[in-house]
Design a protein around this ligand. Structure first.
Ligand code: ATP
Length: 227
């Protein structure tokens, strides 16, 4: 295993104001994840899984504490630098694929690479390789509406890793799939993580899938706890 710490949260706090009161979701959460490692985030609804993923993915800023990506402290960085890290080092997969409906599967995977500055030929070549790796090369020219749920999620995973991120964050990536489809989408995700050495944190309510990951954590009293 790659011993590099790809993602670290240190003393992270997140509080939301709700009317007159304050809802404290994270209260000094510590967590770290190495390259090549998978961790399942399994916690009851409303305990802060999405909040944790958003903070780890630099989509939100913590009220206190620090998020490190590949050893770099991100709190003091400006929005532009955070966006650059998010674009280059972090991949996201959501429960619903969020693919662009008017573009084909391969174009959806090319998009983040073009934004990152690759030329079209390079982006297409990598997108095609990822589609093959996810065993959906034959669906490259189809639009999302012409793909099954499992195929859409595999395209979304390929898109998330198109720029070879260090960290993959997934929020219920198989949540809207039947168990069998969820199983093979997860197989593809797992193979990709092993092969690429990225660090993956996957929020899931599926205990069978969680059991297959290297680690399992939950959120208890605003802290990240190993299971
Ligand atoms: N912007 C916000 N303002 C106020 N409260 C918020 C905000 N975002 C989240 N919350 C609250 O914080 C709590 C944690 O939300 P979060 O979405 O992180 O939970 P979750 O564990 O991902 O839940 P689920 O499994 O249902 O998706 C919830 O009670 C939610 O209502």
């Amino acid at each position: 295993m790659n011993a590099r710490v790809a993602l670290q949260l240190s003393g992270v706090e997140r509080h939301y104001t709700q009317g007159e009161g304050v809802l404290s979701i994270l209260k000094g959460a510590d967590f770290s994840l190495h390259g090549g490692q998978t961790v399942a985030l399994v916690a009851p609804s409303g305990t802060g899984k999405s909040t944790l993923l958003h903070l780890a993915g630099l989509l939100e800023r913590p009220d206190a504490g620090e998020v490190f990506i590949n050893g770099q402290s991100c709190g003091a960085l400006g929005d532009e630098q955070r966006t650059a890290i998010r674009r280059n080092d972090i991949g996201f997969v959501y429960q619903f694929h969020h693919l662009l409906p008017e573009f084909t599967a391969i174009e959806n995977i090319m998009m983040p690479q073009l934004i990152a500055g690759l030329n079209k030929a390079e982006a297409r070549e990598r997108a095609a390789a990822l589609l093959d790796y996810m065993r959906i090369g034959h669906r490259a020219e189809h639009r999302p509406s012409e793909l099954s749920g499992g195929e859409q999620q595999r395209v979304a995973i390929a898109r998330a890793v198109a720029n070879a991120p260090l960290v993959l964050l997934a929020d219920e990536p198989t949540g809207n799939l039947d168990p069998e489809t969820a199983g093979y989408v997860f197989d593809a995700l797992e193979a990709l993580v092993r092969q690429s050495g990225l660090a993956a944190m996957i929020a899931t309510h599926n205990y069978d899938l969680a059991a297959r990951m290297d680690r399992r954590v939950t959120i208890e009293d605003g802290k990240v706890v190993e299971l």
